[in-house]
Design a protein around this ligand. Sequence first.
Ligand SMILES: [Zn+2]
Length: 334
Amino acid sequence: MIRLLLRGLVIASLLYLGFPSIYAQSDPFKVVLDPGHGGKDPGNVHNGYYEKTITLAISKKVEAILNKEKDVDVSLTRDRDVAVDLYARGPIANKKSADVFVSIHCDAHDSNAHGAGTFVLGLHRADKNLEVAKRENAVIYREEGYTENYAKFNSDAIGVSVIQEENLNQSIQLAYKVQNGLVKRAGRRDRQVKQAGFVVLYGTIMPSILIEVGFLSNANEGAFLNSNAGQQKVAEAIAAALIDYKNEFFMNSIAFDQPTFDSTTYYRIQLAASDRRLSENDPFFKGLKPIYRDEVSAVMRYFYGRTSSFQTAQELLKQAQNKGFKDAFIAEMN
Ligand SMILES: [Zn+2]
């Protein structure tokens, strides 16, 4: 009997391209940090403060904090003052099979605007956020061969890639954690989580955000962001948000039996059945991994884990129940 357990669940995206690969339990949580600008592209320069220098300093501080976590693997798209083309940054994270991509920037405005904002990729053609995206995207017109590299991209009418659409829920979850941290821990004015068409986020295939940590054009905030103490506060807020996100969505405390696929019987934990197609990373699964999907006619059944040990299956069931899957049960498979 098929049980429909997904009632009440709101799913933003039904677009789907295939089941994401299942990660081994021993895989670390992989973070790719993207310090905005660099080399011949200084980013915005105000009050003697260089965006490219500040984004690199903050990224390195985030890296240093995350390096102390034993199950986090962190790397940077640039670790010194060099130019990296915008279109090339996402693929660096893709090649590493990163779990999240975090682009770090500073904003500027001719008003006295200040505060931090966190962005996920979106289509907001007439939105005021377009101006931020245009500022950050402007560098592409100075890159060689930009007409070929950005053929699919039109910053006035960017579409959200199917893959980023699929990741949108996760990107938003991460964005809110970072934004909260920037306000509460780093004391920034809350410019909120928003969507805009950033080129750099367009090319990634994992949950991705772009952070504008503050305005260099604002004398006070510029001085804060240019200071070692200010950068450390911002870095601590970002790192804490990433760790929080990892703990919520990537926690895997149980070591699986090596699956014995030739054995006649094995166990999986059935979490739900639905006609909706969900990705393994969907927040619905609350970070449980690996998730398997069986498709029987139009109905999809979702399972957590796979083991030949009934005892392990009971532990997995308990873990699923602790995550809120009260009706989960052990399914014996042959
Ligand atoms: Zn920037």
